[in-house]
Design a protein around this ligand. Structure first.
Ligand code: GLN
Length: 304
């Protein structure tokens, strides 16, 4: 099978069909993205790398960073982590407040904003220099020390982050946030502001296709079991209330971000990143979902 050819053909097909949806505008700086951008990059365990379209353009990875912060927190705390955050799909939007009251400040899963805010709190408690240490962790997974935060995006989100302020304060009211909410949120906005291109993303996330080991050095980032569990969470919770749909159509663990990126993992085989800024109603990249559905259907490279 020629994966490069399938990617080329599916890319051309999806590019030609339509480009529905809307760019995220609730974070003012995100609204400046070019809606026509469309990039794809795959990195395989057998060290094949291939990209098409705008795969070298950097964009805001937003919620995809939640997988990286979760990985670092899991590495530090081990299974004690699950005392602070659940592992159930929520069936609600990424920024929903509704379940927190019933769940007494324990977010359903780490990919909801509420869950990622708790993970940020944990990292703030355990890291000496949270912002630098987290970036070091991300860079250690990558070949590119040029990866960095965007202060412009972080500040833009901070100015309008009323829902995240509400979430963080609400969790704090249950005594389930240890640090000052403003510090937790500043760190959370920094994480979400990381900028990468599709190539960097697929290379970086390859450790989750490789049993938790960084691909070149074979350094263990997570144990095999931990890596399996992060993939399980991406499978069940990576697309908020569209996680079932993504599993049904694409059949891979994955994670989206409101910047229009999606990362998907095939354990033992590959990581693939897609970017197209226009989002569907559930906040996931419209063309990104379409591309991955067609790609895994034609290549038969999904886990089901
Ligand atoms: N930083 C964004 C927010 O908190 C992340 C949301 C996302 O990518 N789904 O709203």
């Amino acid at each position: 099978m020629n994966i490069e050819r399938i990617i080329q053909e599916v890319y051309q097909k999806i590019k030609g069909v339509d480009n529905k949806g809307k760019i995220a505008t609730y974070i003012p700086e995100l609204s400046k993205a070019d809606p026509n951008k469309f990039g794809v990059h795959i990195s395989t365990i057998s060290q094949m790398n291939f990209g098409v379209g705008n795969y070298k353009d950097k964009f805001s990875i937003q919620s995809m960073a939640k997988v990286l912060s979760l990985s670092l927190a899991y590495r530090i705390l081990g299974d004690k982590l699950w005392e602070r955050v659940g592992v159930e799909p929520s069936g609600t939007a990424f920024n929903s407040l509704v379940q927190l009251e019933a769940d007494k400040g324990i977010p359903r899963n780490p990919f909801l904003n509420a869950g990622a805010i708790v993970i940020s709190d944990i990292l703030l408690t355990h890291l000496e220099n949270p912002k630098n240490d987290f970036l070091d962790f991300v860079q250690s997974l990558s070949y590119n020390s040029g990866i960095s935060y965007s202060n412009r995006i972080a500040q833009s989100e901070k100015k309008v982050g009323y829902r995240n302020v509400a979430l963080c304060n609400f969790i704090k009211s249950f005594d389930r946030i240890e640090n000052e909410p403003t510090d937790v949120l500043d760190f959370y906005y920094d994480l979400c502001s990381l900028e990468m291109n599709c190539k960097e993303l697929s290379e970086l996330f390859l450790f989750l296709a490789n049993n938790g080991n960084e691909i070149h050095s074979n350094k263990s980032i997570l144990s095999e079991s931990q890596s399996k569990r992060i993939n399980a969470l991406m499978q069940t919770c990576g697309f908020y209330d569209e996680s079932g749909e993504f599993t049904f159509k694409v059949g891979l663990p994955g994670k989206s971000g409101v910047g229009g990126g999606i990362i998907a993992i095939h354990p033992d085989k590959y990581a693939i990143a897609v970017w197209s800024p226009k989002l569907n109603k559930k906040g996931n990249s419209y063309r990104g979902m379409k591309f991955l559905e067609e790609f895994t259907t034609r290549s038969e490279l999904s886990i089901f």
